[in-house]
Design a binder for this molecule. Structure first.
Ligand code: RNT
Ligand code: ZN
Length: 429
């Protein structure tokens, strides 16, 4: 057991020991008004939208190298998925180590075409294999138009000064709404379409207004198409800046916040898209004071929007706390990281499991009691409780959650990933 992680053995991790420990710690949680069994049950019901693009460094299937928009994937770990068969195999492999039922987040650049249909001509048929895959693995599908890594994206997309370019990208947006409608219909659940564009400039623009007006009109043109608003949710994702876009981002937070509010669509908050000292978790309740739903891209920015693999850290715990307090039906949780310096399948497993740990941690927090302390102004006690909760035996509940969901409790899953790497990934070049 665990030869692949050198010298690391986890001791007494048997079904019985996990169950015994869970029973003991449930009593401890019970004492502070938390039902651990209910938390485990609730966690199994929270879907995370798992991004397909971790598997191939955001390359997609069009043969374009990732370019534009300041997206950067660092690392050159062997075994990148090169086509839809490989990517599907890799996602299925990752899912086998991830507890619970989830969603898969696709980008339009993952269309399965014969190379003749450009992005403005995409249709549901180009995604029928993905729908088949989703059905096979009980996944729902979310979607993203791809406004980068394309020759027509070099000089702006929805805010381009060039009418033909703008039209191309508007048509792409409309095509994507239709595809999401097809996902929703086939899988009998909603589909979130998230719009992110890389438009902006490296140096100080002379006119910030015209590009924003053009973006506004383009978005209006996309939303004017006939699509099923009950099932297709649309979100817009802002960003403070990008590499090569340091001075001006057309789709800034203020722009999209006002746009979304005025058009009855959603904002998507990417945790890497704000100034590093901003508290992204704090934004959720602010958005939800005015809007029924908000969407998230959870990532781990290290000094900038670096899109490191999500870990169980303070930031994700704060975000998960808000998800639990507002409900996963109001905070749509998706991931957005890409790391090519480590095994890509392991990256997915680490990131999704870390997010689930954060959700469980939040589910095991007596939020109402803490809120009562706040309301009564007993702030010293609030601080004491918040600090005490950190050393509650959370890990035993997590182990139990993994066990009842039939996935590896600790790092044993890496045995399987290592085998897959040796047998499959190592053959790719
Ligand atoms: C880029 C945005 C965007 C992308 C994905 C691939 O900064 O975060 O969401 O990462 O669409
Ligand atoms: Zn994002």
């Amino acid at each position: 057991m665990l030869n692949s992680i050198k010298g690391m053995k986890w001791g007494d991790i048997t079904n019985t020991s996990i169950l015994n420990r869970f029973e003991q710690v449930s009593a401890m949680y019970n004492a502070i008004g938390v039902d651990a069994a209910q938390a485990v049950q609730a966690l199994s019901q929270i879907p995370i939208s798992i991004h397909c693009w971790q598997g191939d460094d955001v390359a997609g299937f069009e043969g374009n190298k990732l370019s534009g928009g300041g997206l950067a994937v660092t690392g050159n770990y062997p075994g990148r998925a090169r086509n839809h068969e490989e990517l599907m195999d890799d996602i299925a492999e990752a899912l086998s180590y991830i507890p619970g039922k989830h969603r898969l987040n696709l980008h339009a650049s993952y269309a399965i075409t014969d190379g003749n249909d450009d992005r403005d001509k995409l249709e549901p048929k180009h995604f029928s294999k993905w729908v088949e895959f989703a059905k096979k693995h009980s996944l729902a599908l979310d979607f993203n138009p791809t406004y980068f890594s394309h020759p027509k994206a070099e000089k702006g997309t929805l805010s381009s000064y060039d009418d033909a370019t703008r039209k191309f990208w508007i048509d792409h947006g409309i095509a994507c709404l239709k595809i999401a409608e097809y996902f929703a219909r086939e899988l009998d659940t909603h589909s979130l379409v998230n719009i992110w564009i890389p438009d902006g400039s490296k140096d100080i623009p002379a006119d910030r207004q015209t590009p924003r007006k053009l973006l506004k009109d383009s978005l209006d043109a996309i939303l004017a198409c006939d699509y099923d608003k009950e099932k297709v949710f649309v979100s817009v994702e802002s960003k403070v800046f990008g590499i090569g876009l340091e001075s001006f981002t057309v789709g800034s937070h203020e722009f999209y916040m006002n746009y979304a509010a005025s058009r009855g669509i959603m904002c998507l908050i990417d945790s890497g898209h704000f100034h590093p000292t901003e508290n992204v978790a704090d934004k959720i309740s602010a958005m939800l004071a005015f809007s029924d739903k908000v969407a998230l891209h959870v990532t781990r920015p290290v000094r900038w929007d670096s899109d490191h693999v999500v870990l169980f850290d303070d930031e994700i715990r704060a975000i998960a706390g808000e998800v639990i307090k507002h409900g996963a039906n109001r905070v749509l949780l998706g991931l957005d990281f890409f790391d090519a310096s480590i095994n890509r399948i392991a990256a997915w497993v680490i990131g999704v499991r870390a997010t689930q740990k954060a959700l469980l941690y939040a589910l095991l927090t007596p939020h109402d009691k803490l809120a009562e302390l706040q309301r009564e102004g007993r702030l010293t006690e609030l601080l004491i409780m918040q600090e005490e909760l950190k050393t509650q035996p959370f890990g035993d509940v997590w182990n139990y959650f993994c066990q009842v969901n039939n996935v590896s409790v600790k790092s044993d899953w890496f045995e399987g990933v290592k085998k897959y790497e040796n047998e499959i990934l190592s053959r790719r070049n």
